[in-house]
Ligand binder design. Sequence first.
Ligand code: ARG
Length: 469
Amino acid sequence: MSKDPANKMWGGRFTASPAEIMEEINASIGFDKRLATQDIRGSKAHAEMLAAAGIITKEDSKRIIAGLEQILGEVDSGKMAWSRALEDVHMNVESRLKDVIGAPAGRLHTARSRNDQVATDFRLWVRDRLDELDAALARLQLALARKAETHAGTVMPGFTHLQPAQPVTFGHHLMAYVEMLARDRGRMGDARKRLNECPLGAAALAGTSFPIDRHATAKALDFDGPTANSLDSVSDRDFALETLAAASIAAMHLSRLAEEIVIWVTPQFGFIKLSDRFTTGSSIMPQKRNPDAAELSRAKVGRIAGAFQSLLMVMKGLPLAYSKDMQEDKEVTFDALDSFGLALAAMTGMVEDMEAQPETMRAAAGRGYSTATDIADWLVRELKLPFRDAHHLTGRVVALAEGRGIELEGLTLADLKTIDPRFRADALDVLSVENSVASRKSHGGTAPQNVRKMARGWIRKLEKAAGAG
Ligand code: ARG
């Protein structure tokens, strides 16, 4: 706790140090030290630009950059001593720079403010996470597509209302998630594109009187260019909101897959087995194998969507430009994106390891009169009945099977003829779940040949991207 008379970075007009509780509510170093790498990267670019523009000497710039590199080493090796009295990562790094190189350190903060500094650091941090999360999403897609290729022809029940609806293939079901994740990656990619403008040089809010080169710093930090309005630059966090919104939607998708895994792995369903690596036992019930990783991944969406809400409420109604409220942007974003990354990694491992149980799935697929629509379609196709009439007749076929306590596959031609004499032997073929899925060749349908083609296409694309990256 600081007993300094006043903060040494900004305390010129202060005579007393902040109240203990003020320091506690004000300091962000406890969490924003995670921005140290980005902060140092931004400062190096700034120092280089200041020298190139003749605002500081080349000599000072060199010493500043060497000092910052030493500090980066200290941060990476855990040797950097962070001080709460110095509030945040920006002032901690600058103060340490003064210890390391002396007076020239004081020139680094020329033509910038912590307001454009933090906006830049946080953008860089979110951008780094977006790139990592994109790769993590691609890895999950690849795991799903590979499993889908293996099970392109494995029949399982398809559900609506969680009631058996029509047979599908397990591969088709998994590929549905590959498509969702592709859109998630698209949303994150869009967020990245809009994020990629550099606020550095907007200074406190109004820009600066120094002849800085904002294009140079933007380029050095791999931004597409500088932001256009200095007030906007320091006062918006929409890039974080957009990222959290995209992450919330993606985490929602993940939670659905997680939930399905939880359902599939129950003894009642028994559609899949999970590996020891992604399950836990019970301390009291020796027979248990619990899908905790799926449950926790399912739960993470709460924190992620909560972070989005939280930051949205922080930003709502804030007047331009910077307000300290905005310091609240970081913890929730850190936590949300960490949680999302963890859930993605756990889900990927689970999917890679999970073993489908084709026989159980096949048996379940035949239950619940799941090929009833195929009979109705046969009546329309072969006897040219209007679909509504076909639907009605098929209802009677289902009632017949139900009355006898058998599945549709158990019916004979004679049985069908009692409902309508126009039924022919080929109507029996459509009752099998294999024929049912094989017939659904429409674009995007569940036919194994479709699924195989889609899975292979994605695998090729994802492997190529992974190899290139
Ligand atoms: N720690 C602050 C934050 O995270 C840095 C910016 C402080 N700016 C200021 N004018 N006090 O927002």
